[in-house]
Design a protein around this ligand. Structure first.
Ligand SMILES: Nc1ncnc2c1ncn2[C@@H]1O[C@H](COP(=O)(O)OP(=O)(O)OP(=O)(O)O)[C@@H](O)[C@H]1O
Length: 278
């Protein structure tokens, strides 16, 4: 279970008010998407959720408790620019986080512990479609494959909250579509909460269970840095209707396949998320 609360959050850098009065309560297993103009403070919101920035005012609560002061393994992140380590193999990249967590001085595990971790990392690489590239180095991978690796790297730490900062921004449309499917499926399978920043509106409504727009409500032409941005629209109901219509489409497809194949397909269970993504 993971709930997140932004309770009257402000973020200022000196005289520059970036965010003001941000209030938001997220339910467990939400997929929140943050949209808004460039420079408005979207990444700053993510960085506060990672404890890389501290709010100037207000509180962030995770599961009712004040957020940890330092970044912790239960909050993973994937950035637009690949955050993988170039001098490590694909498998080495995925194993690195758990190795440092278990062995902070050497950053290495040995024997059975290492084999168990390797098995888990290989299973995850298979899940993101990179098993046969395990011994390659990141430079030998395409952009989409590097983002799959970055996802595996984050997921091996079993985060309760996964933060995605424009993770598909640098990908071509075909690769982006397959990443949407993968992220949607991983979100369902891992029951985590995802908070994603994007500039792509269709992507926001395709993936989000909730989409919030961040912008300035007021501006002072004489002092543009005087007022900060806040949540100006919350499209929770719209997301629900989009998802419900996709579920309706999935159900219609299920009926069609049943008629065509002559077999009865399972009801609204594991099959539906796969169909919903189409
Ligand atoms: N460490 C910092 N010191 C001073 N100002 C900062 C710092 N970090 C961010 N800012 C300012 O905060 C504002 C919001 O930046 P942020 O990166 O959160 O915007 P964004 O909405 O994510 O932008 P984009 O969509 O272009 O990525 C910007 O004006 C930026 O210059």
């Amino acid at each position: 279970m993971t709930t997140i609360v932004f309770d009257n959050i402000w973020k200022e850098y000196g005289e520059h008010v970036v965010l003001e009065r941000v209030n938001l309560a997220l339910d467990d297993h939400e997929f929140l998407v943050i949209i808004g103009p460039s420079g408005v403070g979207k990444t700053t919101l993510l960085r506060m959720l990672l404890s890389q920035e501290i709010p100037t005012r207000g509180r962030i609560l995770i599961d009712g408790e004040p957020i940890a002061a330092e970044p912790t393994a239960d909050r993973g992140v994937v950035f637009q620019r690949y955050s993988v380590f170039p001098h490590r193999t694909v498998l080495g990249n995925v194993m690195m986080g758990p190795q440092w967590a278990a062995s902070p001085i050497l950053g290495r595990l040995f024997g059975a512990a290492r084999r168990a971790l390797e098995e888990r990392a290989m299973a995850l690489l298979a899940r993101v479609g990179l098993a046969e590239h395990a011994t390659k180095y990141p430079a030998q991978l395409s952009g989409g494959m590097q983002q799959r690796l970055a996802l595996a790297q984050a997921l091996i730490m079993k985060p309760k909250v996964l933060l995605l900062d424009e993770p598909f921004g640098a990908l071509d449309p075909g690769t982006r579509k397959s990443m949407h499917e993968l992220v949607g499926e991983l979100w369902e399978e891992n029951r985590m909460t995802i908070v994603m920043v994007t500039h792509d509106l269709p992507e926001a409504f395709l993936l989000g269970t909730r989409v919030v727009a961040v912008d300035r409500r007021r501006t002072d032409p004489q002092a543009p840095e005087r007022f900060g941005a806040t949540i100006v629209s919350d499209f929770e109901a719209k997301c629900r209707s989009v998802r419900e219509s996709r579920l309706f489409e999935a159900e219609r497809e299920r009926m069609r396949l049943t008629l065509v194949s002559g077999y009865s397909l399972p009801q609204d269970d594991a099959l539906v998320p796969a169909l919903v993504k189409d």
